[in-house]
Design a protein around this ligand. Structure first.
Ligand SMILES: Nc1nc2c(ncn2[C@@H]2O[C@H](COP(=O)(O)OP(=O)(O)O)[C@@H](O)[C@H]2O)c(=O)[nH]1
Ligand SMILES: [Mg+2]
Length: 353
């Protein structure tokens, strides 16, 4: 049975995800992964697309696409277990105490260097709201080369030596849509000094998929955890310190709409950019997961392509994971020879076994 045949209110477990190449990757990026449970919430007024719930977030999917997803009907998901009572969390440190870098090894960029920031996140996570708070009326609109996606940039208020660019909303750094390509091109090509990754706090799990990929770019980064006013309103709490420890980047709770936490976010963003503090942790492929197969595969490829990635100016870990996804643009940019391509194919096959 396929997802297209599901009725409103019914749930199912995903068995296989069809489609090939970029379409299949796009399904996976949206969270449609074998073993995940989905519930059909409703159909759009004309009967297409369908709205699904998966992992506590909503996803709309065209019926044609839903027909490519094989499912097994299941009981509706049980309510999430109650969280343990929230405890007080210490606020993220600013790094000055050597939390994110040691004073001894620090090499701040010279005063007067213009710090450029990419503002990146999923759609509707509040990017534009935050961009407006950050820049006020210091905004100029241009175009990204070759596409009709607006490019809005501006200096952060009271920080004339900065420039933030509001990137289009994306779910993934895999090049499925022109928005994803623009974002990738911007971060890899223009090499901003830092990334401000904005995450919707009411939907963290969904949003962190992009966060992980951004961290692979090895660019100084802060996470702006937005919509905290809503989390509060719902009586929820988020353990910021645990998140920081897990991710290895500063996490700053904010409400862009209410202009809360934005000044602190700016402090952190400028700090990581100026001191070039890169994510403390990029390697989330556990050595024990699946017998270490994914870990070995990615590290094998990293080893093989290191020089090519450096020559092409592409962060090597990012290049390696994109090769595993079969991304033809990265393959081309790396200028691999036939022998290397075959070795990579072999490494990937070994992992999949
Ligand atoms: N409650 C709440 N809503 C917000 C916040 N930030 C943005 N929004 C709302 O979320 C929606 C999407 O915001 P927008 O800035 O357009 O998101 P973008 O698609 O990422 O650019 C809008 O309705 C905003 O008013 C916030 O901190 N709290
Ligand atoms: Mg926007």
């Amino acid at each position: 049975m396929t997802l297209k045949e599901l009725k409103i209110g019914e749930s199912a477990v995903i068995d296989t995800v069809g489609g090939t190449g970029e379409l299949r990757q796009h399904f996976l990026d949206m969270g449609l992964i074998p073993g995940e449970k989905v519930t059909l919430v409703k159909f759009a007024p004309m009967g297409d697309p369908m709205e699904l719930q998966i992992h506590g977030y909503e996803l709309t999917l065209r019926l044609d696409d839903a027909a490519r997803i094989e499912i097994t009907p299941a009981e509706a998901p049980a309510a999430a277990p109650a969280r343990k009572a929230g405890r007080m969390v210490e606020h993220p440190g600013l790094g000055e105490g050597g939390r994110y870098h040691t004073k001894k090894g620090e090499h701040p960029l010279p005063d007067g260097t213009v710090l450029t920031f990419a503002l990146a996140g999923n759609q509707n996570c509040g990017k534009t709201t935050l961009f407006n708070q950050l820049t006020g009326s210091n905004q100029h609109v241009g175009n990204f080369p070759g596409v009709t996606v607006d490019r809005k940039s501006g200096a952060i208020r009271e920080h004339p030596d900065t420039e933030v660019t509001d990137l289009p909303g994306i779910y993934s750094m895999s090049p499925y849509s022109s928005e994803e390509i623009v974002t990738r091109q911007f971060i890899i090509g223009e090499k901003p000094t830092g990334i401000i990754n904005i995450v919707d706090a009411t939907n963290i799990e969904r949003n962190l998929y992009l966060t992980m990929q951004l961290m692979e770019l090895d660019t100084p980064m802060v996470l702006a955890l937005n919509m905290m006013d809503e989390v509060r309103g719902n009586g929820g709490t988020i353990n910021i310190n645990e998140m920081e420890a897990m991710l290895g980047i500063p996490v700053v709770p904010i409400s862009a709409a209410k202009n809360e936490g934005v000044d602190e976010l700016v402090d952190h963003a400028i700090h990581v950019a100026k001191y070039q503090e890169r994510p403390g942790r990029m390697d989330f492929c556990g050595e024990d997961d699946h017998g270490g197969a994914v870990h070995r595969c990615i590290h094998g490829i990293i080893h093989l392509i290191e020089d090519h990635a450096r020559a092409a100016g592409i962060p090597v870990r990012f290049a390696a994971t994109k090769l595993v996804e079969g991304d033809p643009r990265i393959e081309e940019a790396l200028k691999l020879d036939q022998n290397e391509k075959e070795m990579i194919e072999h490494i990937i096959l070994q992992m999949e076994q």
